[in-house]
Design a protein around this ligand. Sequence first.
Ligand code: F6R
Length: 367
Amino acid sequence: EKGGFDHFMLKEISEQPLVVQETIGQRVFFENEFEPYKEELPKDIVRGISRICFVACGTSYHAALIGKFLMEYLADMPCEVDYSSEFRYRNAAVNNSVLTIAISQSGETADTLAAMREAKKRGSYVLAITNRLGSTANREADFSILTRAGLEIGVAATKTFTSQLVTLYILALYMGSCKRSISKKILDETLSYLLEVPKRLEEYFPKFLNDIEKSAKIYSGYKNMIFMGRGINYPVALEGALKLKEISYIHAEGYPAGEMKHGPIALLDPTTPVLAIATRSAVTYEKVLSNIEEAKSRRSRVVALISEGDKDAVNLVNDILYVPDVPEIVSPIYNVVPLQLFAYYAAVWLSRDPDKPRNLAKSVTVE
Ligand code: F6R
């Protein structure tokens, strides 16, 4: 059932090219109007909305943080993101001009269901993005979009995260089109980037798997690790750190790289290495390079995600995880894959079962 893989997690990580393909499906091909989710979320509803409030937990929360960037950039839509467990206990100002988007792969996370109910009580429309048809979130929401990841058995979310991301790209493009706040150029361009993902990801695995496994061996020897990224890749740093801590039990924290100097940099020394997301297309690329230099001068070992063909970042770091050189807007889909693999191999090197991390359950149905 593991299809020749040692663990479900590795199998599910490897399925991501297909999952992206399935999630895009036929939805993005259009003749006149771009309306991929017109059945799930009617256009007049979108037109009546002036703000989005995302609620989610864990990995789905990280997808929501990326969703915020996409909604702002592609749909010019004001957006906020809350942990479900925080949203439900505060006086969240949502009403019928707000679309609350709950992201939950299982559709059964107790805190997210409670946040959805709270949002509804306050008069907000609720859209659920889940991977499970018939789940509670799917049934209770006013509107519902299904991701197409297939069943995920590994406790750590991997392919469901990628399918959430792809859904959020398409949703942001759809909302931008409904509101006429996106140009035809950006719409076509972003779609063409998305359509390239399955093939480029497919090529990625055979090329780089061994390098990632080797780096993971080195870093599995440390007790602490800092992940840093900026902009749309800041949530990817958070997700990389979450994956590493939950399956390898190495303490890891993600930071927006610009925040390092406001406190966390005090942690850096030879016992605390840094993983930096330093892909070339980012508007903050130069800034990340100087963040790496700061870490090096504290004698931290640095491993970085670096774009193929890069000539600058490569000279600064100890270890390199290459990723395809892609436009910044789609880079999270590519960048999360080596981080999932890095966590996976670190767990395996430490003889920890990545499919069944201690203290964790696949669906968190308690509050
Ligand atoms: C991390 C992980 C958890 C879930 C979180 C939310 O790998 O799997 O952090 O993302 O429990 O679960 P869902 O998406 O089912 O609401």
